[in-house]
Structures are given as C-alpha cells and as structure tokens.
Design a protein around this ligand. Structure first.
Ligand SMILES: NC(=O)c1ccc[n+]([C@@H]2O[C@H](COP(=O)([O-])OP(=O)(O)OC[C@H]3O[C@@H](n4cnc5c(N)ncnc54)[C@H](OP(=O)(O)O)[C@@H]3O)[C@@H](O)[C@H]2O)c1
Length: 250
C-alpha cells in the first residue's frame, strides 16, 4: 500500500466509475481527497460518505474541467478545506464512439474540451500553486486505445493521444520544480460509463476482450493501487511515463 499521508489529492470525474475508485484508493492510502463531479452530486456524495465512513477525509466539489473559472474554484475549495493540492488525477472524460461518417463539430468540441482542455487547465492551476511541495505529482488517465486504435474512436482516441503528449511535455516543463507527471492507460473496462453505453456483454466488448491477453475487461479496482503508487514517493524517479495498465492490451 502506498503512503499518501498528509497529502491532498484532487480527482476529476470522481462521482462514478474509475474516478470514484481512484478517490477511494487515494483516501485509503492516507490522502485527503477532493471528489470532483460535473452533474452527479449524489454519486460524488456517496464517494465522500464512504471515504469518511472508512476514517478518511473527503469533499465533493462540482465543476466542469473544461471551464477555467470552475477549475480555479475547485482548487480554491480544495485549498480552503485541506491546503494545497499535492496530487492531481485527471480522470474526467467524455467517451463517445462513432464512425467517421457521423462525426460532428459539436461532438469533437465536447470531447476535446473535457479530455484535452480540461487536463491542461487543471495542470495549469496545479502548477500555479506557488507553495507546492517537492512530492507533487500528476497522473493523467489515458487509454490503451492510443496503441490499439479501435475503429469508431477517432475523436476519443485522438484526445487521449493528445493527453499522452501533454503528459510528456508537462513532465519536462515541471520537472525543475520536482513535479512528476505520468499517465495510466487502462484497457476497455466495465464501469458506470461503459455500462450506460451497453458495452459489457456486447459484441464490441467480446472483440475487446479477445485483444486483452489476460482475457477480461478491466474493472475500476484494477487501477487504484497503480495510481496511488505513481502519486507516491515510491515512484520518485518516474516521470513522463505512459503506463499501460491493461491486462496486456496494447
Ligand atoms: N471505461 C473504459 O473502458 C475506459 C478505458 C480506457 C480509459 N478510460 C478512461 O478512464 C476514465 C474514467 O472512465 P469511466 O468509464 O470510469 O468514466 P464514467 O464512468 O463515464 O465517469 C466519467 C466521470 O467523468 C465526469 N465528467 C465528465 N465530464 C466532465 C467534466 N467536463 N468535468 C468534470 N467531470 C466530468 C463524470 O461526472 P458526472 O457523472 O458527475 O457528470 C463522471 O464522474 C476516463 O478518462 C476514460 O477515458 C476508460
């Protein structure tokens, strides 16, 4: 178990799915956690209640990561509750699959605003904290799709490939301040979001599992310990890495 005592973590998109589990995993490792959500206040509050019931510290904060004012308000709320944010996990994303023929500008901007502009704005706000400690760390949630390039994912996978590049650039840019920036690339997974899309059990899920050597969809619990490790001092010599946590899918 990684040690994140006396650290403050902000997890974007933590009202459900992988983000909810990441918030719980970071809290279990000792961090005080800000649970960001966009629309699902009840889901975020459940995550907070579970963390507090387990003896941890957490706070739900509404905000759209693609809106600068919301991002700044999130960091202010975090600071007021727990002090500077030491750990930023960019998990919030819009996942939409469609053939090229159905691509619309509206859908492009919706995914880019959340999946690329969002992490850039949060990394900017994170780096703007002038009292960051030397253990500061960012973990961006990417996808194994940046290697497998599944059909019907041109916009989504393009946003995550951009996120991988932004991760590597930010790692170099923030390294002089001791800030580490890494990404985790999950496999196709069974989450609230993919359930709402009818993915688990579908022919598309069967095709994805056929490409995963360990032979199943991921689940949120596959990712928490890895993100906690990357956020911890145990990973102090790792930065600019995109780590595939994907049952071998790549
Ligand atoms: N599931 C997979 O198969 C899979 C595979 C590879 C990578 N990933 C990545 O893993 C991460 C989590 O995926 P998931 O399937 O767990 O997602 P999910 O269940 O659909 O949950 C998405 C979360 O993101 C939040 N969100 C969406 N837009 C937002 C915005 N503009 N500002 C703030 N929060 C926003 C949602 O908040 P509200 O519900 O409160 O609106 C929700 O908490 C994503 O980065 C995704 O790309 C997933």
């Amino acid at each position: 178990m990684s040690d994140l005592k006396n650290r403050t973590a902000l997890v974007t998109g933590a009202s459900k799915g992988i983000g909810a589990h990441l918030a719980s995993a970071l809290a279990a490792a000792g961090a005080a956690v800000v649970v960001n959500y966009r629309t699902d206040a009840a889901g975020a509050q459940r995550v907070v209640d579970d963390i507090v019931a387990a003896g941890g510290q957490a706070l739900a904060v509404q905000g759209d990561v693609g809106q600068r004012a919301d991002v700044e308000a999130m960091f202010t709320a975090a600071r007021n509750a727990f002090g500077p944010v030491d750990i930023l996990v960019n998990n919030a994303a819009v996942v939409a699959f469609a053939p090229l023929s159905a691509l619309t500008e509206e859908d492009f901007h919706r995914q880019v605003d959340t999946n690329v502009l969002g992490p850039l704005l949060t990394m900017q706000a994170f780096a703007a904290q002038d009292d960051l400690g030397r253990s500061a760390s960012i973990v961006n949630i990417s996808t194994a799709g940046t290697s497998t390039h599944p059909p019907f994912s041109s916009v989504y996978v393009a946003t995550k490939s951009a996120l991988n590049s932004a991760t590597r650039v930010a790692a170099r840019e923030l390294a002089p301040r001791g800030v580490r920036v890494n990404a985790v690339a999950p496999s196709a997974s069974d989450t609230d979001g993919t359930r709402a899309m009818g993915f688990p059990g579908s022919p598309a899920a069967e095709a994805a599992v056929a490409e995963i050597p360990l032979g199943r969809l991921g689940v949120p619990e596959d990712y928490g310990q890895v993100v906690a490790f990357l956020a911890s001092d145990a990973a102090r010599w790792i930065t600019g890495e995109v780590l595939f946590v994907s049952g071998g899918q790549r």
